[in-house]
Design a protein around this ligand. Structure first.
Ligand code: FAD
Length: 593
């Protein structure tokens, strides 16, 4: 059972109340201050504080994760959306999504987005890492060099030794550190796995033994960041109550909203002071003796930089912020993975539809989870995933168009079949059983923006414009992925289950009709990267934000480590890749680099 007793012996008491508007400098100082106790920040703080002679402060905007059932039971994770555990961001209206604004989910809790996300554990194809190494000129980002960090972060749970799970993973690419992030294959033998795998064979999709082996194109078994039937997050593994109570050199400040970083007086460009608003609305400052590590995520990191005078000069001027260093790349280069869901009815009865619409069925599974952390609520509704590529001879490639992916073994799109209705744009019917294909454009070449709220630059939400599907390439990939999905569900393996589309497949007959369906069905992704991107150590000022050692170019005392630093979209889900760079930057800092 989830323990409801909160034990945060080392959480700091908030500073005393003061008049709003005055600034309260804290008397204490720390060697390192980590801004944002999220997926990356939790790991960095935990790793740095392994050295008891080093003091570390984490400043996190959200509450604790401890004892929160909705953050613990895997299946119910969507309950956290638009809750107090979400920053409640919204994108600007997206012209290619029927001019709808989208919700942009981000974790507002210790563990960050790893505390509310869908737990699919990917680590990006090998060629993505090799491309980052090539772009930055730093070979330590190559797949072979990153793999040890991935393993260091992982506690892989071996599936049962039964024929069904023979050949479902490759132990050589996994870490087995039981106290780190759990990684679990689905092991429930649900009916959907048989047709899902057989249909792939029938339509020529190859079987991939391990989705996380660096070569994911094909169909493979999903891996999830769960452990013993519960979510395993950066917070549960790296900043849990046991670690916090045993390390007097590690402090976590919760419900504290970081507004900006301040240059050290007397120096122009050393940023080791953090300004935040505490839970009572007081403005407080605290300083790091060595470094500040900014890990506030792909939306907040660029906003905090801009509020600190580090960003595109014209945009800062327009918001009455004095530019300390003109860095045009801050808030630019936002890349994400747009999604859609297509649904088929089936004559199978063992889908998850009734869990979602019938409280009695849900409660039966909840009782089982409460008893021994087993059953349907230990996992999501998908078991396999397909990574695919647009064919080499596709018309989009004629006329010299360059494939934006990281190479021939990199996916262009991702599909995963679910054993229930998953379309968020059409309500689930009151009766019936369904399977859905969740469809994501992966190797996007669109670049969006994150900018300040002009009505409230200091504390307002980021203005998010991902520009979903605004390139012909992204629209082409989405169309190809939808057509592939229909082809897949037309395979003989699904006939036994009478898989019947609940949408009009005539949309496939013309690109215009398909685009119209996509425009009304697509939704924003949750895998944003690139808003404080990493580049070569010697790239021109302002082109990139951080150097390969994660230090912000042109200033001292400040590193950035979170999804904002990835220079390109990650062709898989982003959590695993974020964990890898968090382990890497921790090592760099610990070794004095
Ligand atoms: C709903 C959802 C589902 C997802 N599903 C998956 C999935 O299944 N698999 C996968 O791999 N990826 C998934 N992702 C994406 C993945 O979780 C993120 O890309 C990744 O966790 C981001 O890590 P991060 O460290 O960059 O940021 P975060 O983990 O978001 O951490 C940022 C932290 O900074 C804090 N913060 C932000 N601003 C401030 C401020 N001003 N002051 C103080 N603190 C602040 C936040 O509260 C948060 O704790 C999902 C994301 C979401 C939101």
């Amino acid at each position: 059972m989830v323990s409801l007793s909160l034990r945060f012996c080392s959480l700091l008491a908030l500073v005393p109340l003061a008049a709003v508007g005055s600034v309260i400098p804290r008397a204490d100082a720390y060697d390192y201050i980590v801004v944002g106790g999220g997926s990356a920040g939790s790991i960095i703080a935990s790793r740095l504080s392994e050295n008891s002679s080093v003091s570390v402060l984490v400043i996190e905007g959200g509450p604790s994760h401890e004892g929160e059932v909705d953050l613990t039971i895997p299946y119910v994770y969507p309950r956290t959306f638009r809750s107090r555990f979400d920053w409640n961001y919204t994108t600007v209206p997206q012209p290619n999504l029927g001019n709808r604004p989208g919700i942009y989910l981000r974790g507002h809790v210790l563990g960050g987005s790893s505390s509310i996300n869908g737990m699919t554990l990917n680590r990006a194809p090998a060629s993505d890492w090799d491309k980052i190494a090539s772009y930055t000129g730093d070979s330590s980002f190559r797949w072979d060099a990153i793999l040890p960090y991935i393993k260091k972060n992982e506690g892989f749970n071996r599936p049962p030794n039964t024929p069904e799970y023979a050949n479902t993973y490759d132990p050589a690419v996994h870490g087995f550190n039981a106290d780190k992030i759990g990684n679990t294959l689905v092991t429930d033998g649900n009916w959907i796995s048989q047709p899902a795998l057989q249909a792939a064979t029938e339509v020529g999709i190859n079987y991939v033994r391990d989705v996380n082996g660096g070569l994911p194109v094909g169909i493979s078994w999903q891996q999830f960041s769960t452990k013993d039937g519960s979510r395993s997050s950066a917070a549960t593994a790296y900043l849990n109550a046991g670690i916090l109570s045993s390390r007097t050199n590690l402090k976590v400040l919760l419900n504290a909203f970081v507004t900006r970083l301040l240059p050290v007086s007397g120096t122009d460009l050393k940023f080791t002071t953090v300004e935040y608003k505490d839970a009572s609305g007081n403005t407080v400052t605290v300083s790091a003796r060595r470094e500040v590590i900014l890990s506030a995520g792909v939306m907040s990191t660029p906003i905090i930089l801009m509020r600190s005078g580090l960003g595109p000069r014209a945009h800062l001027q327009a918001n009455n912020i004095t530019t300390i260093l003109d860095i045009p790349a801050v808030g630019q280069n936002l890349q994400d993975r747009c999604g859609a869901a297509a649904v088929w009815s089936v004559n199978a009865t063992d889908t998850d539809d009734d869990i979602d619409r019938n409280p009695a069925v849900f409660n039966r599974w909840l009782n089982q989870w409460n008893q021994n952390h087993t059953g349907r609520l230990t996992q999501m509704s998908y078991r396999q995933m397909i990574f695919g590529r647009v064919p080499n001879n596709a018309s989009i490639f004629s006329g010299g168009f360059q494939d934006p992916s990281s190479g021939p073994t990199c996916p262009h799109y991702e599909l995963y079949p679910a054993n229930k209705w998953t379309s968020p744009t059409t309500p689930q019917p009151a009766t019936g059983n369904f399977v859905s294909m969740n469809i994501f454009v992966s190797a996007s070449n669109v670049r969006g923006t994150v900018t300040l709220d002009p009505t409230n630059p200091l504390t307002g939400n980021p203005v998010i414009d991902p520009k979903y599907l605004s390139s012909e390439w992204d629209r082409y990939v989405m169309r190809d992925a939808v057509r592939t999905s229909v082809h897949y569900f037309n395979a003989p393996a699904w006939k036994k289950w009478n898989a019947t589309p609940v949408f009009d497949t005539a949309i496939l007959n013309s690109d215009a009709a398909l685009d119209a369906w996509i425009s009304s069905s697509a939704f924003g992704g949750v895998h944003g990267v690139g808003t404080a991107r990493m580049g070569p150590a010697n790239s021109p000022a302002g082109q990139d934000v951080v150097a390969p050692n994660f230090k912000v170019k042109g200033v001292s005392g400040l590193r950035i480590a979170d999804t904002s630093v990835f220079p390109f979209v990650i062709n898989g889900h982003t959590m695993g890749a974020t964990y890898a760079i968090a382990e890497k930057v921790s090592d760099l800092i610990k070794s004095g680099n």
